[in-house]
Design a protein around this ligand. Sequence first.
Ligand code: SAH
Ligand code: SF4
Ligand code: F3S
Length: 446
Amino acid sequence: MDVKEYIINLGFTFDIETYGCQMNAHDSEKIAGILTSIGYRPSAEKYEADLVIFNTCCVRENAENKIFGNVGKMKQIKQKNKNLIVGVCGCMMQQNGVAEHLYQMFPFVDLIFGTTNMQKLPEMLYEILIEKKRSLHICQEGVAAEEVVMLRTPPPIASVNIMQGCDNFCTYCIVPYVRGREHSRSIDAVVREVEQLMGEGYKEVMLLGQNVNSYGKGLENSDFPKLLDAVAKTGIERIRFMTSHPKDASMLMLEQIAKHKNICKQLHLPVQAGSTRILQEMNRKYTREQYLKLVEQIRSLIPEIFLSTDVLVGFPGETEQDFEQTISLMQTVKFDAAFTFVYSPRKGTKAALMQNQIPEEVKQQRIIQVVELQAEHTYQSNLKNVGKVEKVLIEGKSTKNSQTICGRTDGGKMVNLPGSINLLGKMVTVEITEAKKTTLIGRIVN
Ligand code: SAH
Ligand code: SF4
Ligand code: F3S
């Protein structure tokens, strides 16, 4: 029997619960595209679909615990709806033994797949729906799906993968183990996708890669600055990208950002730690001094740049002096925004085997300091915007007030402003009137 005909006849719907980073969110758009192509429709209600898929993350332990809890809850829902298919996929499933463990522990989970074999979904669903079997398929090698039809979030903003995987092996990080080796798409493929998105009404693209600065490995005559130049020349209104690894951030890239009006003046440049010794233990391949010098170069070439970072506290062996260096680096740079994390040992990584793990209470004390300091810097950065006139791309309604719409400045700050949702997808000129702790308030000017 044709599985598509079967799915359409029964009017099946799906729901995807996504955890983790933007890469994973984008993978969910691909999974949704594949499901739609075989007849499924998106479900209007969470958990009320005929197929519920959990797209998982394992970058930190707390993410994992939450997922196990939420998948576990499906047992009850499935008791009420025997035909429900429960699926689990994504990064967590690529860890050694986890998929098999989940398969045994949760008999109500019917479908398990990894980060590089979502293209097999139609066959897997055939096994489940027609052959009435459970389906577990993980692929250790291989490259994640690139050229698939996607079901994206509607305009104005779209994510575009420029590469997959990571070759850096920072000693704390699980990503290279669960996402495989780096693989870059061709400049042509990326440009074609951006042009197609423009045709569909998208105004802004977010170019995604774990380390965009090493884009182009294995391709001829291709590197990240060349890719940026080519994407900028499509004429799309706005381009953002993430993540830049400081060790590979080049002057040529900065020149492209400075040169093209449509490349947003925003850079996410994860520092992780302020102590050179810890950076070395992390295998980050830059020193504190090199990072600070890079920040100086960036700010002298592009003074209006909005600079954000990731800070990781409590890495094994981090002494009080090492931690003080993280604080002093943050004070020197005064990032416009930062994501702050407590180190969480990940099985299979080098750092998890290090002897000198930091006690939980110490990690907690340190993260509180970092969070407070960054809150102050974010607010100071917000205050600097008051009185400025900015272009804001309206991306939706504000969550707090139905009369308020929201969008981001070129630097990426979220602005709430009074206005009609008819402005969705429009670039409007906004005067910033007030700074809140994490967002801005503005009003439209002509
Ligand atoms: N490729 C990106 C980051 C991907 S993971 C980069 O290199 O910057 C996002 C962030 O999660 C990392 O920057 C790091 O700060 C954090 N992270 C990674 N592994 C972690 C771990 N084991 N414990 C806590 N935070 C971690
Ligand atoms: Fe993880 Fe480092 Fe790769 Fe980022 S660059 S994904 S932190 S290994
Ligand atoms: Fe992203 Fe989490 Fe995987 S951060 S790459 S979804 S482990």
